[in-house]
Design a protein around this ligand. Structure first.
Ligand code: PLP
Length: 392
């Protein structure tokens, strides 16, 4: 039996493939330092786990409303009002199993074959995968290292067309750790405000930043009405395995997302939603502690990578990734990522796992202990100096 043609157009996420390969090597007795996967290495805060246990004991084990429980949607709406400075209500919120469905559902609901979708490259691979899947035209915009991995705004202006249906922003950004400066967000809003398009603002890393807070495009005049905020619990509260995220969007889009939800999931797990309320309304100290620890690791790891000949590692402003430029080593990204895994025992991702413009870079997740990060930098340095000597 042949698969449907559309399956030839859907992509994958390399991080999961590299994780499987790395685990395979470990099973053979090799020591691997895992810097490939994008999830906090912290435990979900205790009070959130307690809230889930209590919910199970109380019988939150049944179907719930497709859009999400009203109390959770209330909590999310008030969290978004507080953190983005906008006015939204529970009617704008769709609770879904993870942040990813807020890429999948809106693209399915909005984008038709022939439409154009602009998105950052390198960028989260699911954007491009979904654009191809629905038969639309991917319009990648390269990010500029010298601009802290923000867009080239002139290029963005040039790429906008009457066919542009969706513009995807992601700040703080996976894989570069870049944050779109507030002035750039204002310029982008000015460029798209009067256009017939929707912005998908992927703000899943909104709480993980190390200096200036990211500005949500929704806070600018006229933008809330044409923007979908993607956010969730995975990164902020170290809840990747709970599968809970949400979108905040205009109500006409809520209806479409609900239809896709009822056709695919019925609803998000009920007891996890009770835990979500505890996460948003409870103490936030664990989030602050996690970000402080990421910052300590970021500083130490970037400076260790910058000691390696051929590496140039900008210090990221957010998320928990570092994205060094490795062109000075003479290696291409994918062969270097493969060699580091196979020969040096360091699992990292090639920049090209995030699109063609990721060539010349590697992505390291800093969701591992400082000790392991330092050991990884050591292994990389030693591997490259041996490889260099062998070439001579
Ligand atoms: C930029 C970006 N958006 C969305 C997601 C999806 O998050 P979730 O695990 O909640 O589906 C990720 C996860 O890695 C991400 O990096």
């Amino acid at each position: 039996m042949k698969l449907a043609e559309r399956m030839s157009r859907i992509g994958v996420e390399t991080a999961f493939e590299v994780l499987v390969r790395a685990r395979g090597l470990e099973a053979q007795g090799r020591s691997i330092i895992h810097l490939e996967i994008g999830e906090p290495d912290f435990d979900t805060p205790k009070h959130i786990i307690e809230a889930a246990k209590k919910a199970l004991d109380e019988g939150w084990t049944h179907y719930g409303p497709t859009q999400g429980q009203p109390e959770l949607r209330e909590a999310i709406a008030s969290y978004i009002c507080r953190t983005r400075g906008v006015r939204v209500g529970p009617e704008h919120v769709c609770v879904v199993p993870g942040g990813k469905p807020i890429i999948f559902f809106p693209i399915l609901a909005l984008v038709e074959p022939g439409d154009e979708v602009i998105y950052p490259n390198p960028g989260f691979p699911i954007y491009e995968s979904m654009v191809n899947f629905v038969g639309a035209k991917p319009v990648p915009i390269p990010l500029v290292e010298e601009r802290g991995f923000s867009f080239d705004l002139d290029m963005l202006r040039d790429k906008l067309s009457d066919k542009t249906k969706l513009l995807i922003l992601n700040s703080p950004h996976n894989p570069t750790g870049g944050l779109i400066p507030a002035d750039d967000i204002r310029t982008i809003a000015d460029l798209v405000r009067d256009r017939d398009l929707i912005v998908l603002s992927d703000e899943i890393y909104s709480r993980i930043y190390y200096g200036e807070a990211p500005l949500s495009i929704t806070s600018l005049p006229g933008m809330l009405e044409k923007t979908i905020i993607l956010d969730g619990f995975s990164k902020t509260y170290a809840m990747t395995g709970w599968r809970m995220g949400y979108g905040v969007m205009p109500t006409w889009l809520v209806d479409a997302v609900n239809k896709l939800m009822v056709n695919s999931n019925s609803c998000t797990a009920s007891f996890t939603q009770r835990a979500g309320i505890a996460a948003l309304n409870g103490p936030q100290d664990d989030v602050r502690k996690m970000v402080t620890e990421f910052q300590r690791r970021r500083d130490a790891f970037c400076s260790a990578l910058n000691q390696i000949p051929g590496f140039r590692c900008p210090v990221p402003s957010g998320a928990f990734y570092v994205f060094p430029n490795i062109t000075g080593t003479g290696w291409q990204s994918k062969p270097l990522a493969d060699a580091l895994l196979d020969q040096a025992g360091v699992a990292a991702l090639s920049g090209t796992a995030f699109g063609a413009y990721g060539e010349g870079y590697l992505r390291f997740s800093i969701a591992n202990s400082l000790e392991n990060l330092m050991a990884a930098a050591d292994r990389i340095g030693q591997f490259l100096s041996k490889a260099q000597a062998a070439r001579r």
